[in-house]
Every structure is written in structure tokens, then in C-alpha cells.
Design a protein around this ligand. Sequence first.
Ligand code: UD1
Ligand code: CA
Length: 467
Amino acid sequence: MLESGFLSYGSPAVNIVILAAGAGKRMRSALPKVLHPLAGRPLLSHVLDTARSLSPTRLVVVVGHGGDVVRKTVAAPDVAFAEQTQQLGTGHAVQQALPLLDLSVPTLVLYGDVPLTRASTLKRLVDAAAAGHYGVLTVTLDDPTGYGRIVRDAKGRVTRIVEHKDATASEREIAEINTGIVIAPTGRLTGWLASLKNDNVQQEFYLTDVVECAIRDGVEVVTAHPDEEWETLGVNSKAQLAELERVQQRNTAMQLLEAGVTLADPARIDVRGTLRCGQDVSIDVNCVFEGEVDLADGVSIGPNCVIRHAKIGAGTQVAAFTSIDEAIVGERTVLGPYARLRPGAQLADESHVGNFVEIKNAILGVGAKANHLSYIGDADIGARVNVGAGVITCNYDGANKHRTVIEDDVFIGSDTQLVAPVRVGRNVTIAAGTTIWKDVPPDTLVLNEKTQRTRDGYVRPVKQKKK
Ligand code: UD1
Ligand code: CA
């Protein structure tokens, strides 16, 4: 089983502040940056999940641009919001959250647009700073351009952080950068933030300047580092969002492989939600899973399937190009290629749904088969019913939907229309091409009278030549 469940760590108590007030201009979108989806969920929701895994004493999101939408999207009883009406810098942003924090525990600052930091990395930072230190999560990059640089003295102690824009040429040579994620004793932080000045190139109140305040007050500055570089990558543009999406999908694919799932190509699967897999599940290329999806033991999924909010029973085989949305599928069923299950489809064990068959809000009984070109909507189909090619439930009268009930062991001939509401009794045989608009008693043959005529000497029209 693979779950994106929360890890729970016995780390010291902390407040967590998530900065999410920035506009995200480079996304060129009306949607606030932190709400852009990564693996099907807003960036900010990923950060909130990680934050929650540390069981914070207080959890505060600083909002500004698009604040109303952001609040609505992530509202929860454990989340408080602080408003930063003007974006005057990261230090100023943290300051807005102070009244909502517990002064007796340290405060960890995270970023709403840095979605993939692992809880284990944050815990390492929290532990490093546990004795009342100021902690900074840093990483050494091949290309540190644009980031704040960590300046250390001869003894290797951090002395300050200098923003790229404010750095000298030699400071720009420094490869160790500030990820932005820091932890500080909260009482002290209040005073330090109040003392910040904005005399820098961007005329902002920099959170990074707090390092110098801490040193001045004799507070030790410690650093911790992530295991992976991608944990600290932020999203400022659609290109970076696409890159992080690939990182996240690759991580999910690796977890699936480790859990024993067979993936035809770990680079060609997209999980936008939670995919739980039993033993010996195999997934071919280009499949997309959305929301909560459960695949039981021995399920195999063919190429190019889209499966959303579904439970699929053991031993079921889903062939290529099948689309499943809000459906429950039993054991040892056979689906597709090109089957379409829409919301409310419930297939019992050993049923078959073949190509170009659409099933909506309908139950298919044990061993029932609908193998070719059908629409089954708002219907109860009994056990072992054979639905012939081209059978249509006429469930809609133009105003209301009605139900079709087919009892066990019915044989529905090809090209039959069932005009709902209608009930067909058990063991009925419906001749091909029948229109059923009245209930049919059990154990009968039902057909419409039609006359087949043959005319001799018929001449087919021929196409006239253009002059
Ligand atoms: C910041 C750090 C830099 C670090 C980099 C890591 C400062 C001064 N600089 O730079 O050292 O290397 O992150 O990515 O902290 N935000 C607000 N309100 C504001 C300003 C920012 O909420 O007034 C939020 C933004 O939405 C964003 C985050 O804070 O989520 C970082 O702000 P940004 O302006 O992107 O900082 P950087 O210049 O990248
Ligand atoms: Ca940034």
C-alpha cells in the first residue's frame, strides 16, 4: 500500500508560519501562485501537509495577493491567517503573523511556493536549533544565481546572509545559499523583526537580516541541510512548476516501485492524488490517476487509461484507453479497451465491459457482459445478463431521468432500446432490434413485429458526372 499519509515525528513544539502573500507575477496567471496545482493539489496544500506532520502548536498562513481565494481554498480549523496588505518583504511578512503565535515555542518559517521540502529535513533543522539557536536551512548549489548567499567567517560561523542583488562580486562566488526556511526563538524574533531596516536594493524588510540581529544578541546561528536539492526548489514560473511536477511524479513512481508495483515506465505515470496498490499490480505507460484510487491485488492497467476516484477489485484487467470516473469495480472483471465508466457505475465481480460502452449511474450484476457499443445509464442490470452490441437505455425523456431494471439472466439482443422507466423480468430473451417501452414478464421472448420485404430488380442510384 502506498499512501501519502502523514509521518509523525516526536520533534520539539514549534509555531509554523507559511509565507504566501506574493503575487507570483512570473506565473502570468489570474490564479494566486500558491494555488497552482502540483500533482493535482495546490502548492500551498503540499506545504500545509508537511507542516501538519510536525504537529505545530500554531499554524499561520500569511496571505496578501488573492488572499480571499487562498483563505477559502485551504481553510481548516487548524489554520489561522494573517493578512499582509502590502508586500514589504519577507521580514515584514513574518511580522504580520506574530500576534497569532505562541511565544513560548520557536517559530519555523516555510514558503507557500516551496512545496517539496520533506518533514525529515524540517525536523533536522528544528532539532539543530532546539537549544534556542537561530537555524537556517541551507544548500550548496552549482548555480547559486539569484539566491541569498550564506557568508561565513574564518571559523565557518555564519555571519550574515546577503541577497544576490546586494552582494559583491566575491560574495556572489559563494555557492551555499539560503533556502529561506528558518527557525527562530519567537520572543526574540519579535524584537529583531521590529528593528529591521529596508536600506537595501529592493527597499524591503528582509527576514535574512535577522541573522545579524541574532549574532548581535549572542544567539548562535546554526545550519541544517536537506538530503535532496529539489526539496528547496521554489515555483516562480510555469517552467519551474513543470520541473517540480516531474520531480514529484518521479518520487511517487519510485515509491510505487519500492512497494512492488510494476510500472512499464516510471517516467510515464501521473498520480494526482493518492494511489493505493495491492500486491502484483501492474501499470502500463501513460496512465493518469486522480483523487483517491485503490487498485487491489493483481490488477493490471493497460496503456493510456485515466482513472479517477475509483476502487478496482482484485484480478481485474483494464485494457487500453479506458476512462473511469467515480466508479466501483469488482474482482476479476474485464474492462476495455475504450470502456468508459462514469460516476455511479458499479460493476460486480466477473462482469465485462468492452469497447465503446458507456456506463453511468448503473449497476452491472455478477458475470454480466456489455461488450460492444452501448449506453447503460440509470440502470440495474442483473447477474449474468448479456447486453448485446448497440443496446441503449433511453433514460432521458428530455426533462427527467428514469431507471431501467433488467433482472437476472436476461439476454438483450443487439440494437435494443429500453425506454425507461421499464422493467424486464428474469430470464427474458429480447430479440435483436427490439424497442422495449412496456414491462416484460419473466421467462418470455419479446420482439417487435417487423416485416422484412424484398424487391426484385432494384436499381441503385448512380452518381452523376459534373459537367
Ligand atoms: C528569498 C530570500 C533569499 C533566499 C530565497 C530562497 C529574503 C530577503 N530573501 O528571496 O535569501 O535565497 O528566498 O528562495 O528573504 N513574501 C511575502 N511577502 C513579502 C515578500 C515575500 O509573503 O512581502 C513571500 C513570497 O510570496 C514568497 C516568499 O515570501 O513565497 C519569498 O519571497 P521572494 O520575494 O520570492 O524572495 P526571494 O527574493 O526569492
Ligand atoms: Ca522566490
